[in-house]
Ligand binder design. Structure first.
Ligand code: FMN
Ligand code: EPS
Length: 390
């Protein structure tokens, strides 16, 4: 299952095409719209989210709520486009009132994008470098999530830190994090502790008042996985490589850890690896899940637990210095409407990226044509695993 997205941040719409979708997957617009809403939320988001109210339109590949096996096209409209019609016109001349962006923001794609593609207006880069594109990604992943739900897999996320405020957790890796989904969803920051949520909100208020921005960390978890998804034979077969690459594809994600992650480097082997167990009738298991659900590039069957670090938002209301591309003088970087913190949104985008990787891993192991055949192949695999652990 692959996807491509297109669309500028302030153009008329974002479009995604998902191909390689099996026939027979039930799809609900309501589920996709709920994910789009979750992506928009979060304390610290800017004024743009008051304008947008993302909803998906599906224009191909689904009939009467079920996929046909043909490419699925999804469209999310940009409501803000009406305020940018003259500045984003596909044809004609730029309006006389157009102000070019010549003061690139450190930390954003502005400067390096213009060095790469040329031009005199960072706006040409900003429009696509903007994380607005992640709305299309989340919509597209709605199809992958529906497929995963049909095979018993759930993907969720929660925020573990904002700036220096961290969630206090009891060994989240030893058992799967089993927070109540509602506790995560009712938090303004996708943090399962209300007390920590309040402390995080206060930190965001401080940052906003100081003209600052914040990053943080989140965890993305998948449950219900079969063992043996992914592969060990080539680097690109390894699910760790695919998931890592996909998560690093999210703007502002600067670190990805599987299970214990970097902490494993400082511990002896006996405190890192997960002892193998066997429960008659239930099969192989593990005493712990320090690997975070992946060994040798394949799922172990335990929850997949991945932690991501997110850097602070580049646009600062108290801007850093930059160089004006017209005058080549030192000036303050441009400071436009912006989020102060978008870690909860990035977490929902990470769910989407992980869902695509897992859906593709299931399809490459169990076939791609239709859900009935895929269910049959999964049942046969489960029988084989049962025989091996008798
Ligand atoms: C959901 C989301 C919202 C974001 N909102 C903003 C924003 O309002 N202003 C901003 O300067 N950067 C924002 N960013 C971060 C930039 O998109 C990102 O830093 C930039 O594209 C450069 O990519 P890099 O951080 O991977 O180097 C956001 C990122 C995400 C994931
Ligand atoms: C629009 C979204 O995020 C945007 C991501 C973004 C950036 O620079 O990455 C900059 C801001 O856009 P604008 O300049 O229009 O306010 C964010 O609002 C969204 O997530 O829906």
């Amino acid at each position: 299952m692959r996807f491509i997205t297109a669309g500028e941040s302030h153009g008329p719409a974002l479009t995604a095409i998902v191909e390689g979708v099996p026939a027979g997957v039930s799809v609900s617009e309501r589920h996709i719209n709920a994910d789009l809403r979750r992506r928009q939320m979060g304390y610290g988001r800017g004024a743009r989210q008051c304008i947008e109210s993302d909803e998906v339109s599906i224009t191909s590949g689904v009939r009467f709520g079920v996929t046909l096996g043909s490419p699925v096209t999804l469209v999310v409209r940009n409501r803000d486009a009406q305020n940018w019609a003259d500045r984003m016109a596909p044809f004609g001349k730029p309006p006389a009132s157009l102000k070019r962006e010549t003061r690139p923001r450190p930390g954003h794609a502005d400067l390096v994008g213009v060095l790469k593609v040329g031009g005199e207006d960072c706006r040409d880069v900003i429009e696509r470098a903007s994380a607005r594109s992640t709305a299309a990604l989340v919509a597209a992943a709605g199809i992958a999530r529906e497929f995963l739900a049909a095979v018993g897999v759930n993907v969720f996320s929660y925020v573990t830190s904002i700036g220096s405020v961290s969630l206090d957790e009891d060994e989240p890796l030893l058992s799967a994090p089993d927070y109540k989904p509602l506790d995560i969803e009712v938090s303004d920051l996708r943090c399962p502790s209300l007390e920590t949520t309040e402390a995080m909100k206060a930190r965001i208020d401080e940052a906003r008042a100081a003209g600052e921005s914040l990053g943080g960390a989140f965890r993305v978890v998948a449950t219900g996985l079969l063992p043996g998804l992914g592969g060990y034979a080539t680097p690109s077969d390894r699910l760790s490589a695919r998931i890592g690459g996909a998560l690093f594809g999210i703007p502002s994600v600067k670190g990805v850890e599987f299970g214990l992650g970097f902490a494993a480097a400082g511990l002896p082997g006996s405190q890192v690896h997960d002892a193998i167990t066997l429960e008659r009738g239930r099969g192989f298991g593990r005493a712990t899940n320090r690997a975070g659900g992946l060994e040798g590039g394949m799922t172990t069957g335990l929850p997949l637990v991945v932690t991501c670090a997110v850097k602070p938002i580049p646009t600062l209301m108290s801007p850093l210095d930059t160089i004006d591309l017209d005058t080549l003088e030192s000036v303050e970087a441009s400071c436009e409407r912006s989020d102060v913190c978008a870690v909860p949104s990035a977490a929902v985008v990470a769910e989407a990226q992980m869902a695509f990787c897992l859906a593709e891993a299931y399809l490459s192991k169990f076939g791609r044509d239709d859900m009935a055949s895929i269910r049959g192949a999964i049942a046969a695999y489960r029988r084989r695993l049962g025989t091996m652990s008798k």
